[in-house]
Design a protein around this ligand. Structure first.
Ligand code: GRF
Length: 199
């Protein structure tokens, strides 16, 4: 059965575009909604150009009331009736109460080799640590920030003169390969981890 996928973004949506482009032919999923917490997120226009329904739930309208925001988010999501939710550059932290409603149905892509560097500024932290390998992870979302079972990782080498931007630019294309590959398996109920890249 082809799964319906809602994709949540906050910015340019390059991962959303990669996912949407992959969801064709006999791929076991199709995008049913692209939703952003940012009204002018660049990814919304890209989604509309691809014929994907879009929605906005602007977190600023809820004045820091996280549960009120998430209630509106839930209403917008339920209207699209997704089987799977993909967080793709979605920059709001979701409460355990919200993520529990989508347990086993929500994925996120994070720009580090989890469990290393949960949270922000992952590339700078990898450089500060002197890592020689870095990358990205797709994981199931649970109540812990960047927690949950890792379903795939992609590795890239780190070079001595790398800046955080250099590293981000090397990781991002791997994100675009990894996320569609993991979603394809996940949509078929296959949680076998995927490993991409070499370093
Ligand atoms: C990416 O680095 C992703 O790992 C992080 O958000 C960044 C931007 O993603 N979660 P996108 O271009 O908006 O998909």
């Amino acid at each position: 059965m082809t799964k319906r996928v809602a994709i949540l973004i906050s910015g340019g949506g390059s991962n959303m575009v990669s996912l949407a482009r992959a969801m064709t032919g006999d791929y076991p999923a199709r995008p049913c909604l692209v939703l952003s917490n940012v009204p002018d997120a660049g990814g919304l226009a890209k989604a509309a150009d691809m014929g994907i329904p879009t929605a906005v739930v602007d977190h600023r309208n809820f004045k820091g009331d996280r549960h009120w925001f998430e209630n509106e988010l839930q209403i917008a999501l339920e209207a699209a009736n997704p089987d799977i939710i993909c967080l793709a550059g979605f920059m709001r932290i979701l409460t355990p109460e919200f993520t529990a409603q989508w347990a086993g149905k929500m994925l996120n892509i994070h720009p580090s080799l989890l469990p290393k560097y949960k949270g922000l500024h992952t590339h700078a932290r990898a450089l500060e640590a002197g890592d020689t390998v870095h990358g990205c992870s797709v994981h199931e979302v649970n109540g812990e920030l960047d927690g949950g079972q890792v379903l795939g990782q992609a590795r890239v080498p780190v070079f001595a003169d790398d800046t955080p931007d250099d590293l981000a630019a090397r990781v991002l294309p791997m994100e675009h390969q990894l996320y569609p590959a993991v979603l394809e398996r996940f949509a078929q109920g296959d949680l076998t981890p995927i490993q991409l890249g070499e370093a």
